[in-house]
Design a protein around this ligand. Structure first.
Ligand SMILES: [Mn+2]
Length: 354
């Protein structure tokens, strides 16, 4: 059975929002432990994040088993299941991404946290292997009814703006890094870094029963901020599977990001990988347009036929989680929550109808 879930940012991990998720019909949670979206109890993706998401405060603070178990207990007390953790903290793996001098001890930190995730019984860990990260959005009231929404319009930014030293994944990990920039990185270098990361991590993931699933590049450009991106096309995304046939290797299948890619049939891609069991969980969201210009849309109004997509999942007996990921913000005192409630209501409706 397809499972309805909600993704919660770190600032939303509390009883109020666990109740909110259940009230929307969600049975599963995808938890973000990185505090990158600003706004506390009213997070917003539609601020200007061209200067960075935030500075991480998690240097030396790891995911300890006791903390994971305490949060799991709290989540389960609301009748919810903790389905996945989404994203590593840049503080924990910046030199894995940058191929820097700390990478060998950072990968050991990641393995230790992965083992804790396994011990806590959390089955999936989503990651986004990217140097520039999510960057280049410009906020606009571009959604239906002038909803504030995420827009990517390449003509409004300089896509090759250098990344300042001390920043990776659009977060500052070293505020004292001083002047300078992240030097250009090629596709060959990025693939080599990913290959090394997976070679180290997948055996541990298998051993502790956790699946490592990769998010595609958002926005899906071949190069952003002078650094190559891995997953900017269907072909490149599917290349992930050629690096390892481990059952722990899979996709964090973001329908919105994949639809933003210039070429390919999203329904075929979804069908193929749902059938093969390659999908860990799904970002079930919609967009209008493709790179170099698109906007994120309400789930029912974008270019993807979401009912068709849901039928494809059902046909393949997909029994993983779907979450709304992003939504445009709705005009009220709780714009994030209203957007999510609308998306989850729609998803629940489609699930019941099919
Ligand atoms: Mn996504």
């Amino acid at each position: 059975m397809i499972k309805l879930g909600l993704g919660l940012y770190k600032s939303l991990l509390n009883d109020t929002n666990f109740r909110f998720a259940r009230q929307c019909g969600a049975t599963h949670l995808v938890v973000q432990l990185v505090d990158y979206v600003k706004g506390g109890s009213n997070p917003s993706l539609t601020r200007n994040y061209l200067g960075g998401w935030n500075a991480t405060q998690n240097q030396g603070k790891f995911w300890e088993l006791d903390d994971l178990l305490a949060l799991k207990k709290q989540i389960e007390s609301h009748g919810l299941t903790w389905a996945a953790i989404e994203n590593f903290d840049p503080a924990h793996w910046y030199d894995v991404l940058l191929d820097g001098p700390q990478k060998h001890h950072q990968i050991e930190d990641l393995k230790r946290m992965l083992r804790n995730v396994g011990k806590a019984g959390i089955p999936i860990l989503g990651y986004y292997f990217s140097i520039a990260g999510v960057w280049g959005w410009t906020p606009e009231p571009a959604g239906r009814g002038h909803a504030n929404s995420v827009v990517f319009d390449q003509s409004k930014i300089d896509p090759q703006t250098p990344i300042p030293k001390g920043m990776v994944w659009n977060m500052t990990y070293d505020p004292n890094a001083g002047p300078g920039r992240v030097m250009p990185v090629s596709h060959a270098q990025m693939w080599e870094r990913l290959r090394w990361f997976l070679g180290e991590m997948l055996p541990v993931a298998e051993e502790c029963g956790v699946r490592l699933v990769a998010h595609p590049d958002d926005p899906p450009l071949p190069v952003l901020r002078d650094t190559a991106r891995l997953f900017h096309s269907f072909t490149e995304y599917e290349r992930l599977l050629s690096l390892s046939d481990s059952p722990a290797n899979g996709f964090e299948f973001c329908m919105g990001t994949l639809q933003e890619m210039p070429e390919g049939n999203l329904y075929d891609l979804l069908d193929r990988h749902a059938a093969a069991g390659n999908i860990g969980y799904i970002h079930f969201r919609n967009v209008v347009g493709k790179v170099p210009r698109y906007r994120e849309a309400f789930v029912d109004e974008g270019d993807i036929d979401m009912v068709r997509a849901m039928r494809i999942l059902k046909k393949n007996n997909y029994d993983g989680v779907i979450i709304p990921d992003h939504t445009p913000e709705m005009s009220c005192s709780a714009p994030w929550h209203a957007g999510k409630a609308f998306a989850l209501g729609y998803m629940q409706g489609v699930l019941q109808a099919i």
